[in-house]
Design a protein around this ligand. Structure first.
Ligand code: NAD
Ligand code: TYD
Length: 354
């Protein structure tokens, strides 16, 4: 890693974008706990998915700063880089929900592609040791259900299905182009579906936990046979840390723990854990263009960096459910606001099919 220049200390300064969201916040907690001497600057626009209360426990720490900023705001981003002279930039900031991308694709293109370009331009101008792009396995499209032998590798062609995944793939291509053209020291991680604390309630696992707690219908899209590959969020954070510190520049690393589950089985497990009846499960109109199966081959990150997940799905799901039971205040605040309109709009028009 390049020695820090123009700085008062040798400690690394990180800019973590999207740190008020689910994975970014968990990454900040991981960093503050494991590297208390390094400085973390969280840059976040606080969209509906960003929540300052999530960062309450780190807000007053002397090595933490929150910058309220849009990654598309070129001047603002330049100012922040000029002030902080970051060594490392990790870009979590994104519009992240597939269902919303089907309703309003333009917001996704703006933040996910143009926002990323703003950040990498600032990285070029000010010089950094590493720009890390947090991408997703969704850029590979999907796999058929009847070919369990197939997995996404880093060589799998990009083949996107939703405006969300297309915008993430666009950003990945741009990041790689900046590496090749300008020599920008970049890495990319493509992780499978995450779950854990502070997950926004619009996503499958928290939505089902919260609906079940209220004895509300559990809206499973279609038959519920679509498969996702789940990873506990802290394992993803550790993978990013390994990639940034030890990964090879210009490389993509897939991140996953071979944890494939059908949606319907996840929802049943949640019912079982909470002692709720399965007749809450309601099959509703399927998502447009719904990807069938995601499955990551994580052998590259295991082989090169020695990364392995630490939390298995059964323990992780129990921990996550317990977290939601113990942090009612956090999610109740969220579901009492704009989320209600979102839920009404997104689910009110979905036909019950069984
Ligand atoms: P999230 O929606 O919970 O959080 C996104 C954060 O980005 C929020 O704090 C939001 O305020 C911020 N943000 C959005 N637009 C912004 C902008 N223009 N400027 C500054 N900040 C902005 O998302 P997440 O689930 O934490 O995902 C984080 C990253 O990880 C995303 O890039 C996503 O594509 C990727 N990813 C997510 C998963 C998953 O399962 N959630 C899996 C693989 C990869
Ligand atoms: P989601 O959490 O939105 O993540 P992604 O689409 O990025 O994988 O959805 C996970 C799976 O759960 C996906 O196959 C869609 C399905 N799903 C439902 O069946 N019902 C729901 O209410 C939601 C939000 C998702």
């Amino acid at each position: 890693m390049k020695a820090k220049q123009n700085a008062k200390t040798d400690a690394l300064t990180w800019i973590v974008t999207g740190g008020a969201g689910f994975i970014g916040a968990n990454f900040i907690f991981y960093m503050m706990e494991n590297y208390p001497d390094e400085r973390v600057v969280c840059l976040d626009k606080l969209t509906y998915a960003g929540n300052l209360s999530t960062l309450k426990s780190v807000m007053e720490k002397p090595n933490f700063r929150f910058a309220y900023l849009d990654i598309c705001d070129r001047e603002g981003v330049r100012r922040l880089f000029a002030e902080e002279r970051p060594d490392i930039v990790v870009n979590f900031a994104a519009e992240s929900h597939v269902d919303r991308s089907i309703e309003t694709p333009d917001v996704f293109l703006n933040t996910n592609i143009l926002g990323t370009s703003t950040l990498i331009d600032a990285c070029r101008e000010f010089g950094i040791s590493r720009f890390h792009q947090v991408s997703t396995d969704e850029v590979y499209g999907d796999l058929p259900l009847d070919r369990p032998d197939l997995f996404f590798t880093e060589e799998t062609p990009l083949h996107t299905s939703s405006p969300y995944s297309a915008s993430k793939a666009g950003a990945d291509l741009l990041v790689m182009a900046y590496h090749r053209t300008y020599g920008l020291p970049v890495t990319i991680s493509r992780c499978s579906n995450n779950y854990g604390p502070f997950h926004f309630p619009e996503k499958l696992i928290p939505l089902m936990i919260i609906n079940a707690l209220h004895d509300k219908p559990l809206p499973v899209y279609g038959e519920g046979v679509n498969v996702r590959d789940w990873l506990y969020v802290e394992d993803h954070c550790r993978a990013i840390d390994f990639i940034v510190r030890h990964g090879r520049v210009g490389e993509v690393y897939n991140v996953g723990g071979h944890n494939e589950r059908r949606n319907i089985d996840i929802v049943r497990s949640i019912c079982r854990e909470l002692g709720k009846p399965e007749n809450l499960i309601t099959h509703v109109t399927d998502r447009k263009g719904h990807d069938m199966r995601y499955a990551i081959d994580p052998s590259k990150i295991q082989r090169e960096l020695g990364w392995l997940p630490k939390t298995n799905f059964e323990d992780g799901l129990k921990k996550t459910i317990r977290w939601y039971l113990e942090h009612e205040r956090w999610w109740k605040e969220i579901i009492s606001g704009e989320y209600r309109n979102y839920y009404e709009k997104m689910y009110g028009s979905r036909k019950v099919i069984s």
